[in-house]
Write a new protein. Structure first.
Length: 589
């Protein structure tokens, strides 16, 4: 049964190149940042910039006084101002860094809470690595813009404008040269910066793709090994690495060009200004102190011009990251706490004329499916693989919503009920016996709101015949099972999953091939435990083994997404030829 949906539009969108300040600010406001850190950091940065702007002017007076009596107060003021600007600048940088770290932490927290509340259909389409890239890489780009690039741009702009104003007051002829030269440098640099921004966005997209592919491969490393797919994955990974490499080469080329071009342009400006100033000094129309002061201001201009160039590059990168993060936050999520609580005890569970497809315009997986499970009965689903049996369980768990029809409990649509409360009354044991990295204790109590004693845990392990192998482990309940439970066998994982269902004490029990991974002896023991667990509960079973479903109160035969017939095992044998054929083929009867 295909579960791949068309990739959502948000996953395919690419940055438009134009920075959306309103969207960016809305995103930042969602993190409820500590604005005082940004305000104080910027204020201190401006004070430090003001002090730095005053230094060349004081140097002018000191140099013009060379050969005369040393003005000690002026010298002390110069030194104090120089040191103070460095200290204030450091404090400003620390505060802005704190602001950025706070924003990225809150943003990641928001994204993480969003990710774990997204609908299951989202995870059917987007690779885990791509989501990780949004959580780590894209938030880091936004943080760099907020904590580094933006404050540096503000102080650089202030320093640039301040230096030009002071220079204009000192000597308008020299400043006129600067007003002409600096824009010329920017015109030369603009095409390079624009191309660098484009390559930066390409690198971010390629990194997300590469991260998704590697995460998928490494999470299924056993499949890679068993399929002898090392060569294929090596080649596939090498192609993506090669793509990143070529993007990196382009980025390195443009970065290598940008530095020398900027240096050469500013050096040309510096040499031109120095030559003109030397002529002015020789003519006696400018003092040597003024010339040195101008050169110091020129040096103060060089840095801000480069910073402004980098800011627009970072702005472009952050634009792509902002769009991707915003798209993720706009994805619909499950309403976990909306709606009233309702006990499912002694209530009939039913599907009424349910149609469902994993894609809105795709092949239907379920078509006009109807069934009911009365309280305290066992309902089984049989039929060929890919017929839609597991999808029915997904509808009951509300992983998916039907396109038509509804799932009801006691006649009420379950879509209107509190989702947390609904799922808390369901025990689901899947055929893949899902297990988390951590200890056996952690897996048994995973998601539970109450605290269980060791005796209670050992009791449910005993019910599933899992207590013996857990006792044999060095750390007992505190034994680490490894990522995805690799340190325990498939049968052991299945028994732990069943024990977890025992512990939840559910009113509705969903067993999707629950004993598929067990040997005959273990299956018999677990089947006895399941028989005890099923008493007083509504139980739905998917199984291929006849022994598992033959005693069910009602069997629904599912093929090609619809119900071909239902009844007891004997009734279906008598009335449904396709069921007789299925029994003969599947169960060798």
């Amino acid at each position: 049964m295909a579960r791949r949906m068309a990739a959502p539009a948000t996953a395919q969108q690419r940055p438009t190149g134009k920075f959306d300040f309103k969207a960016f600010l809305r995103l930042i406001r969602q993190t409820k940042p500590k604005y005082w850190q940004l305000a104080v950091g910027l204020l201190l940065g401006m004070l430090a910039t003001g002090a730095q702007l005053a230094v060349p002017k004081l140097a002018q007076s000191l140099i013009n006084g060379v050969g005369h009596a040393m003005n000690q107060s002026l010298l002390i003021t110069f030194i104090v101002l120089f040191v103070a600007s460095a200290v204030i600048s450091a404090i400003s940088g620390a505060l802005l860094g704190f602001f950025g770290e706070n924003v990225v932490a809150r943003l990641r927290e928001t994204l993480w809470h969003k990710l774990i509340r997204l609908r299951v259909s989202y995870f059917d389409n987007v690779k885990t690595g791509e989501m990780t890239s949004r959580l780590v890489n894209d938030t880091m780009q936004i943080k760099d813009l907020l904590a580094n690039s933006f404050p540096q741009m503000v102080t650089s702009l202030l320093q640039l404008l301040g230096a030009l104003v002071i220079m204009l007051l000192m000597d308008w002829r020299m400043t006129l040269i600067m007003f002409i030269a600096v824009p010329l440098v920017m015109i030369v640099m603009f095409p390079i910066m624009r191309q660098s921004s484009k390559i930066g966005r390409q690198r971010q997209d390629a990194m997300a793709t590469f991260s998704g592919a590697t995460d998928e491969t490494l999470s299924e490393i056993r499949l890679v090994k068993s399929s002898n797919a090392e060569t294929y994955e090596s080649q596939n990974g090498s192609q993506q690495i090669e793509t990143l490499y070529h993007i990196g080469l382009k980025e390195a080329i443009y970065d290598a060009i940008a530095g020398p071009v900027m240096t050469a342009s500013m050096l040309a400006v510096f040499v031109g200004v120095l030559a003109y100033a030397a002529v002015r000094v020789s003519n006696g129309t400018m003092s040597i102190g003024t010339m040195f002061s101008f050169l110091m201001y020129l040096f103060q201009i060089i840095g801000p011009v480069g910073t402004l160039g980098r800011f627009f590059t970072d702005l472009s990168k952050a634009n792509g990251s902002t769009e991707r993060v915003r798209d993720l936050l706009q994805e619909p999520e499950e309403a976990l706490t909306a709606g009233p609580n309702q006990s499912v005890n002694d209530q009939t569970l039913a599907l009424e004329h349910v149609d469902f497809a994993y894609e809105d315009d795709g092949q239907p997986v379920l078509h006009d499916v109807n069934f009911e499970a009365k309280p305290n009965t066992v309902v089984a689903f049989a039929g060929p693989s890919g017929g839609g049996k597991s999808t029915i369980f997904g509808m009951i768990e509300r992983y998916y919503q039907p396109q038509h029809g509804r799932v009801t409990i006691g006649g009420q649509d379950v879509a209107t009920l509190n989702l947390n409360d609904w799922r808390s009354q369901i025990g689901y044991v899947s055929q893949d016996s899902a297990i988390m990295a951590g200890t056996i204790r952690h897996n048994l109590t995973y998601g539970a709101e109450k605290t269980y004693t060791d005796d209670e845990l050992w009791h449910v392990l005993q019910l599933t015949s899992a207590d013996q192998f857990v006792h044999q482990m060095a750390d007992g309940l505190d034994t680490q099972v490894g990522e995805r439970g690799v340190k325990v066998s498939g049968g052991q994982r299945q028994r732990l999953a069943i024990a977890r269902a025992f512990l939840r004490d559910p009113q509705i029990l969903l067993l999707d091939e629950a004993t598929a991974s067990l040997d005959s002896e273990s299956e018999a023991m677990v089947q006895q435990a399941l028989t005890k667990l099923m008493k007083g509960r509504t139980t739905l079973i998917i199984a291929h083994r006849l022994s598992t479903i033959v005693d069910a109160d009602n069997i629904y035969f599912i093929e090609n997404g619809h119900v071909s017939g239902h009844g007891t095992h004997q009734e279906l044998l008598n009335s449904l030829p396709i069921y007789r054929d299925y029994v003969r083929i599947q169960f060798k009867e």
